[in-house]
Design a protein around this ligand. Sequence first.
Ligand code: FE
Length: 351
Amino acid sequence: MTSSLKLTMVLAATAAALGAQTHVLAQDKVLNLYSARHYQTDEVMYETFTKTTGIKINRVDADDAGIVARLRAEGAASPADVILLVDAARMASADSQGLFQPIKSAKLDAAIPANLRADATADGVTWTGFSTRARVIVYDPMRVKAADVATYEQLADPKLKGMVCTRSGSHPYNLSLFATVVERLGDQKGEAWLKGLVGNMARDPKGGDTDQIKAVASGECGVALTNTYYVARLIKSTKPEDRAVMEKVRVVFPNQGTSGTHVNIAGAAVAKHAKNRDNAVAFMEFLASPYAQDYFANGNNEFPAVKGLKVDNAAIKAMGGDNFKAETVPLGVVSKNMTKVQQMLDRAGYK
Ligand code: FE
């Protein structure tokens, strides 16, 4: 099949999936997107959106903190219509600063599981997850048995004394995980768990997730926490040193027999002062189409957020992630528990 024929078929399928968009076409045909995502594959996805709807996308790229700072500085004059951020903790933080507006969309309600979105209110839902990543355990099979790292709870078990490594406790990836653990265990057991985890550390928290995986491979740590896409990058890497790292470590999707592995999101929200609101909602609905889901998830080796869609990614399959049981605690609890968890981290001495 020629690539142009393939593109034509994709466009036709996407146009059908989007349904009648005549009300959108009657407005200003523009959408101002503030994005913390920088993947080549996203470009193709945006071009398809423009071709099928006639809505031109103006994109501002920055990191998550940069986007939030810009939105705050711009205030009501902000041209932003849709905001793409990574991690529920960051979504919750931007939401609590009043940077989003709630929307009502039957298409999003049907497509995206409620636990991957902000809690619904009478006005609708603010942020929505469009891809998921799992927070998994990597371990050194020479030092640790798989059975001793089957759950997050076991990270606090004295058996793992001197072996646990993580990035900073207050990094959004950890805050989100800890918020859902505390939600499940309750405050008392949750805080005891955090203290136990800190007591098991091999070193003070430092570096990013990839640094933790490498520290397990080097023998400095026995066990570490990481998001799945960092593992996938190492699996797909052509560098011999990355391959050597992956030969030395094993990956566990925790809590398969109980609550499921913690998943987080990359997601989007309509900006509080969006001038092209209907276009913004149309774009959010487009992100939930099977076509866009493929680009959105695979661009960063993540999982689709839409119910029933399967991941098609060799690295994800290689780490055993194509069919794992995911946690169903609503990510809205991340907002609710964030301050409390940060206080628990301070008391536990988690740096
Ligand atoms: Fe990351």
